[in-house]
Each structure stands twice: as C-alpha cells, then as structure tokens.
Design a binder for this molecule. Structure first.
Ligand SMILES: Nc1ncnc2c1ncn2[C@@H]1O[C@H](COP(=O)(O)OP(=O)(O)OP(=O)(O)O)[C@@H](O)[C@H]1O
Ligand SMILES: [Mg+2]
Length: 480
C-alpha cells in the first residue's frame, strides 16, 4: 500500500487528503490485521466446536436435539442482521476517523498559522465536533452489540430451560436418565458458545470488510501517469527538450491551463520562463519530468516522447528544485544527498558550494551533520532553498529545473548562485523560473507567458524590442 501511494501521480495527491491516506495506512490496515490474526483462527475453532457439539447432541438424544435445531436458524438470523447493520456503521466510523485525522494533521502542520491568527479555540471546537461524531457512531455499534449478544444468550438459556423441562418429565417418567439429561444440557451450551463467538467474529468481519474496501480503493486507484508496458529506459541524454503544440488541463472538466506551447531548448541552453503569477510557468516545467501528462501535443527529450520511457530513467536525469521547498528531518548532509545517498562528502560539499550554502552550513555548530527539524523548520527560507538547489545539483543532471529557486535569497547571493550554475551547467540544459528580470537577462532563450500561452520568445535584447509585455516587465522592475 505504501508503494502504491508512492506510485500514484501528482494529480492523485492533488486531490487526496493526507488524513485519509494516513488513516487507511494505519487504522484500516490494523482492522484487517486484527481479523486475519485472531478472528479468522477463532472462526475455524468455532465452526469445529459447533459441528462437534451438534453431532454429540444428536447422538445423546435426537428428539431433544430437534429443539436445538429449531433455535439455530433464529440465532444465525440475529448474527446475520448484526453483520448487515454493522458493516455500513464501521464504514462510517473509519470515514469519520479519517476526517478527524485530517483536522489533526492539518492543524499540527499548520500550528503556527493557527496560533498566529489566534484560532486555537475555533480549531479545538472543530476537532471536538468531529470527535463527538466519532463517539456517537461508536456508541451506535455498542448499542447494536448490547442488544444482539444478550439476545443470543437469552435464546441459549431458554433452550436449556426447554431441555430440562421436557427432559425432566421424561426422566421422572423413567424414560431417560438424569445423567444423559445433564450431559445434553452441557453439549447444548457448548453449541451455543461458538454461535456467540460467531456473532463477535461476524462483527469483526464487518469491520475488516469495511476497512479492506477502503484499502482496496487505494490499491485499485489508477495513476494518471502510468508507465507504458513497453516503456524503454531513456538512455543518457544530451538534453534537447522540445514542446510540440502542448495543451494542458489539470482535470478534464477544468479550464485549459496551457495552450499550444511550442519551444525547443537545445542542449546546453538556459531557458528562462517569465510571466505573471498563475500564467502557467510551474505547469510547463511539471510536464518535463512527467509529473502530469499533456492533454494534447507532446513533450520530447532528445526525440523521445516522455510517455514512452520509464519514469525512473527519465526522472533520474532531471534535477528539480520545486517552488515549495520540502526537506526531511535528518542531517543536512542526508538532505543534500537525498537523490544519491552514497555520494561522498566532498561531492556533497561541492554541490553545497555551488548553491552558496557551504558557508552557512559550516557556520552551524555541527556543520553538515546538523540535524534539521521536520520539513526543515529550523532553517531560514533562503537556507532551505539553497539546500534544495544543492540537492538537485548533486545529481549532476543533464536537465536542471529551478522553479523560483532563488526567490528567498538576496540579490548578491542569487548572482553568485547564477555564476556557479553557469559554470556547472555548461553542456546541460537548464530551465529557470524567476520573478526578477535580472535573474534571466543572460538566458539563451526567454519564454514570456501570459495566461497559458507563450506570447513572445527570444533573447533579452530581441524581446526588449519585440515584446511590449516583456519591455513592460523589464522597465517596471528597472525603476524599482
Ligand atoms: N495542482 C493543480 N491543480 C489544479 N490547478 C492548478 C494546479 N496547479 C496550478 N493550477 C492552476 O494552473 C494555473 C497555472 O499555475 P502555475 O502554478 O503554473 O502558475 P505559475 O506561473 O507557476 O505561477 P507562480 O508564479 O505564482 O508560481 C493557475 O491558474 C493555477 O490555479
Ligand atoms: Mg509557479
């Protein structure tokens, strides 16, 4: 299931709630495990014991055994009703638990925002409400069990009463022995006990069934980005990236986010993407490592359509710094070496130097072995970004993508990173997204985007003459 969660595409995770995935991966798995581990074994012994006792009942006194036979369907009927009612209830319980976990997870991750906006009491009330719903659902299950289980007991006791009543008359009349009667009553209890157990097991089965259904929803989920069965590994590339009439929507009913995108990045070129926020810059670069599939047209690398090659061989050759930096708890060295855990320290240091991170790392008390907090919370925004750049550079990828990777660092540092990249990226293709024109003036090709379309492309000098939008962006930033 964990592997499956990893294999699902970005679009799946765009929609999925973390709390749902967490609950399914923990609580639901636990329910199934509990059933398989205990109830299933008890089920076998319950069936054996029931069959054995019924056989003994008939051997002891077949006439009295008929009483028992009348009551068995009644008991099984109660068990069946219990199971039918319990399953949808358990489904709702797991759903409610997931909702509760979603609130919990969101609030723990966002605890700083909650506190900053003084929304603690509101969020606590929201959690309490979800918690009360969960409690109410569990109470409903409890009530169901509180009726069903004693009912089975009642039937068992009434039948013992009937046996003593009828058998008693026979014994008094001298037709049967008292010893046989007592033995019979004991066998009878032995036959009812497994039925009671069956009631418990059936409830657990209902619970496990509901959870299994939720687990299979994940296991059966279709990833929108699937490797073709005949996918070939992408051989080491030179880095010619081409977009041919690419159109894209995030979901089929949604608006087109990209329309008719055409450009070619030759190996060794630096391509810059410029445009207003929401114009589709990140969307374009997400299509190169195939985080999403194009809706129309195609994206090729060295002539290979990215949909024809294996995902791993493709992504191994693309170094990417995403717009939102995500680090993991662990040491700085482990974070930089995330893509190549066996990289020697000097390579880690070289990558950090190119990303202008070496200096601040060595100033930390434990240097590269400094443990950073979850998601890198103990670092500043610009420090996190530079670690993310070093992480991408360590792969020494043929294609490097920097999505707003220097937005949190100052001008001077950004300029130094740029110079290092120019050195490192010789012969490799890089894509740079930046808000500042100054970052992109030296690019070999600048793509100017406006609402999902490329409205101009060329070098800085060309665009300054030809593209009013570019000129406007340039001069407005120049003034400030
Ligand atoms: N995962 C997603 N699901 C649905 N729509 C999305 C998703 N990501 C982005 N969009 C939409 O696609 C459009 C383009 O977004 P994109 O992230 O490419 O913009 P951008 O140019 O990178 O902006 P910015 O400069 O703010 O990063 C936006 O209208 C946005 O709302
Ligand atoms: Mg973006």
């Amino acid at each position: 299931m964990y592997a499956k969660i990893h294999s699902l595409s970005f679009s799946y995770h765009d929609r999925a709630q973390t709390g749902q995935l967490l609950t399914r991966a923990t609580s639901d798995v636990d329910m199934v495990q509990r059933f398989v581990g205990t109830a299933f074994i008890n089920l076998i012994s319950a069936i054996l014991m029931m069959v054995g006792s019924v056989v003994l009942l008939f051997v002891t006194d077949w006439q009295l055994a008929l009483i028992m036979l009348l009551l068995v369907p009644l008991t099984l009927g109660i068990v069946a009703v219990l199971a039918r009612k319990a399953r949808p209830l358990f489904m709702r319980i797991q759903q409610q638990l997931a909702d509760l976990n979603t609130i919990l997870q969101e609030n723990i991750v966002g605890v700083r925002v909650v506190k900053a906006f003084a929304r603690e009491s509101y969020e606590q009330a929201r959690y309490a409400a979800a918690n009360r719903s969960l409690f109410a659902l569990n109470m409903e299950v409890g009530r169901l069990m509180a009726i069903a289980i004693p009912l089975v007991f009642l039937i068992a006791n009434l039948s013992v009463l009937a046996v003593y009543w009828i058998g008693g008359y026979q014994a008094i009349a001298g037709h049967a022995s008292v010893g046989r009667l007592v033995a019979f009553a004991n066998y009878m209890m032995m036959a009812f006990f497994p039925m009671l157990m069956l009631g418990m097991i059936v409830t657990m089965l209902a619970q496990a069934g509901a959870s299994a259904e939720r687990i299979f929803e994940i296991l059966d989920a279709q990833s929108e980005v699937e490797e073709r069965p005949d996918a070939v590994p992408l051989p080491p590339v030179k880095g010619r990236v081409a977009f041919e009439h690419v159109g894209f929507r995030y979901f089929s009913s949604g608006p087109p986010v990209l329309e008719d995108i055409n450009f070619v990045a030759e190996p060794g070129q630096t391509v810059a993407l410029l445009g207003a926020t929401g114009s589709g810059k990140s969307t374009i670069i997400n299509l190169i490592p195939r985080f999403y599939d194009v809706t129309t047209g195609r994206v090729t690398i060295d002539g290979y359509d990215v949909r024809e090659v294996t995902l791993e061989s493709l992504r191994r050759q693309v170094g990417i710094v995403l717009q939102e930096t995500t680090l993991f708890s662990g040491t700085i060295r482990e974070n930089i070496a995330f893509g190549r855990p066996d990289a020697p320290l000097d390579e880690v240091i070289a990558a950090a130097q190119a990303a202008e991170a070496h200096e601040f790392i060595t100033a930390l008390p434990e240097g590269y072995e400094t443990v950073i907090g979850e998601r890198g919370t103990t670092l500043s925004g610009g420090q996190k970004q530079r670690i993310a750049i070093a992480r991408a550079l360590l792969l020494s990828p043929r294609i490097l993508i920097l999505d707003d990777a220097t937005s949190s660092v100052d001008y001077a540092t950004e300029a130094r990173i740029q110079r290092a990249l120019e050195r490192l990226m010789v012969g490799r293709t890089s894509f740079v997204i930046a808000q500042r024109v100054a970052t992109v003036v030296n690019a070999d090709r600048i793509l100017v985007l406006d609402r999902g379309r490329i409205v101009a492309q060329g070098t800085h000098a060309e665009l300054l003459h030809e593209s009013p939008i570019y000129a406007e962006i340039y001069y407005s930033q120049l003034e400030t």
